[in-house]
Ligand binder design. Structure first.
Ligand SMILES: [Zn+2]
Length: 420
């Protein structure tokens, strides 16, 4: 049945500008956008029920391209170490607790509810090595009606005993999760994603098995790439044949052979960037995490000018803020620091940051992140009346919401047309 929503509608079809429909109408059928117009009669919606959101803003929902569900307990703490010691001292001990499904359920319920709260309707999520807890997380996403690619983490070296799994058990765990038919039951909203933690955590046998899983079941892949300089040096040591960190993944079939998203890419350059471009590997840019773990500043303008696919990630708990709106603000600020060092690299505009978080990131999930015809209706209704205390334009209202707003202004959430 066709539905129509009325509000001030804003989205980014192109990265360089917003489409703005003041008092616009959007028609939705079977979870997908039919059209947007200021004139209801153009939408061929006679007799359809019209829901009027009054003076609120209606925008595409957020996509989080890199986040660790089991690190929800560590959010906002442990900011005093760089990546490798940070993993050993804070992250791995926390993740070991997810052998206990009772603990996992408590933390994962909190995580899914927080993600919803901040308007993120789709996410690429790392779980832990534990199959039971990962299944639980997938079930929670399915019950919530939200979209998630969920990765049981593969790791078997440079980690504590309790987080190391044999290659056979890893493969068996994935096959069990695939057998659970989340993909069929959720109509593709919830699916497994092959998730080698990163090269230092996986032996060549483990990486090979991950590549084979992705190919055999046509599953997407997520991991970390070129985040920290010590990490890159370690990868060079562990994979001496490889010409770059990205090439090391590539040799195991984990670099764009199926849809792939790599977090960070702070230090990616030259051949690695070219390979990412050729293979259509998406960058999950995680600026808050890069600051907190003191990794560096990803060259976001360079990614865009080279034509790479890019989305934004909160990277809880390297990142402290689950809001993708705040992540946009940080992405713009990082780009301004680059600009300070090199005026040939223009900083991100608001429309570019918004496009990264919506249409660009959303492409990883299908036709998601825009309100063009055929796109899935993932949307947020923002009642910004408490922020809109003077004659702000619609674009200024959106900008103020992005910079100053939070979950309190999000009045309604939709994922694939369904109220969440
Ligand atoms: Zn991460």
């Amino acid at each position: 049945m066709r539905k129509v929503y009325k509000a001030h509608i804003l989205f980014t079809k192109e990265k360089d500008r917003f489409e703005v429909f003041e008092n616009g109408y959007i028609a939705v059928e079977d979870g997908c956008v039919i059209g947007v117009s200021n004139d209801l009669s153009e939408l061929d919606c006679e007799g359809a029920e019209v829901t009027d959101f009054g003076n609120s803003l209606l925008i595409p929902a957020m996509n989080d391209m890199h986040v660790h569900a089991p690190q929800v307990h560590n959010q906002g703490v442990a900011m005093d170490l760089e990546l490798l010691p940070w993993l050993q001292q804070y992250t791995f001990p926390e993740e070991m607790k997810f052998a206990d499904t009772g603990y996992a359920e408590r933390m994962y319920r909190r995580f899914v509810s927080d993600l919803r709260r901040f308007g993120t309707m789709r996410a690429c999520v790392f779980a832990t090595i534990h199959t039971e807890s990962t299944r639980l997380l997938m079930r929670l996403f399915q019950e919530a009606g939200m979209g998630a690619l969920v990765g049981k983490v593969a790791m078997n070296r440079n980690c504590p005993e309790g987080l190391s799994e044999s290659v056979e058990d890893m493969v068996q765990g994935y096959e069990e999760l695939i057998g659970d038919r989340f993909e069929e039951e959720s109509d593709g909203l919830v699916r497994p994603i092959v998730t080698p933690r990163f090269i230092p955590s996986c032996t060549p046998e483990m990486l090979r098995a991950c590549g084979e899983l992705a190919a055999r079941y046509q599953l997407p892949v997520q991991s970390h790439l070129s985040e920290n300089k010590d990490e890159i040096a370690l990868v060079k040591e562990l994979e001496p044949e490889s010409t770059s960190y990205g090439d090391a993944y590539d040799r195991y079939g984990l670099f764009g052979q199926t849809p792939t998203v790599m977090a960070h890419c702070v230090w990616s350059e030259g051949e690695e960037l070219q390979l990412m471009k050729r293979r259509n590997v998406m960058v999950a840019h995680c600026p808050t995490s890069n600051f907190n773990v003191a990794s560096g500043m990803a060259p976001i303008r360079q990614f865009l000018s080279e034509g790479l696919r890019v989305g934004l990630g909160s990277d809880i708990s390297g990142g402290h803020d689950l809001s993708i709106f705040q992540t946009m603000v940080y992405a713009i600020q990082v780009s301004k620091m680059h600009y300070q060092q090199n005026h040939d690299r223009p900083f991100l505009t608001l429309s570019e940051a918004f496009w990264l978080a919506t249409k660009s990131a959303g492409s990883f999930f299908g036709q998601v992140g825009s309100f063009e015809p055929g796109y899935e209706f993932d949307a947020l209704v923002i009642d910004d009346s408490d922020l809109n205390h003077d004659n702000y334009s619609l674009l200024q209202r959106l900008e103020r919401y992005i910079y100053l707003g939070d979950d309190r202004q999000i009045e309604h959430r939709f994922c694939r047309g369904k109220a969440i």
